[in-house]
Unconditional design. Structure first.
Length: 144
């Protein structure tokens, strides 16, 4: 994975591959929902999708958006951090998180929060990188 790069993914660019990766955690997400919801999140919240590429192949994806809330104030939220199961996930996650930290610094030193399904081994990667678990999330009325 010496050629691993991370970049923003504009609409249309490898969106089929993004959808395929995201279906690992959002099994019922149709391609049309993915397109519609991504466009709407971009319009409303400045949502940007980032991809990790190894030799030009998409191997990881994360969404990031600006959010204001009473607990954290103005901060960036990482949504849907997903890595292709056929690659060494730790290196991909580390590169995606480094890109998110760079984006937060460029936006004025904002805090970062991850709102994504996290397996126990992934949680250990976050903690080793200096992240701390702050909450659990519960949901109702959503598919999947």
């Amino acid at each position: 994975m010496s050629t691993l790069t991370v970049r923003a993914i504009p609409e249309g660019d490898v969106w089929l591959d993004c959808h395929r990766l995201l279906q690992a955690v959002h099994r019922s997400l149709t391609l049309e929902q993915f397109r519609t919801w991504t466009r709407e999140a971009e319009r409303r919240d400045g949502y940007t999708m980032y991809g990790a590429f190894d030799a030009g192949q998409l191997v990881g994806v994360m969404g990031m958006r600006l959010l204001w809330d009473l607990r954290h104030g103005r901060h960036l939220v990482i949504d849907d951090l997903v890595v292709d199961g056929s690659v060494a996930g730790a290196a991909v996650i580390e590169r995606l998180l480094a890109a998110a930290e760079q984006r937060a610094a460029e936006a004025g030193g904002l805090g970062l929060r991850v709102s994504a399904p996290v397996a126990s081994e992934t949680g250990a990667l976050f903690e080793a990188a200096g992240w701390r678990r702050t909450a659990s999330e519960y949901a109702r009325g959503f598919d999947g």
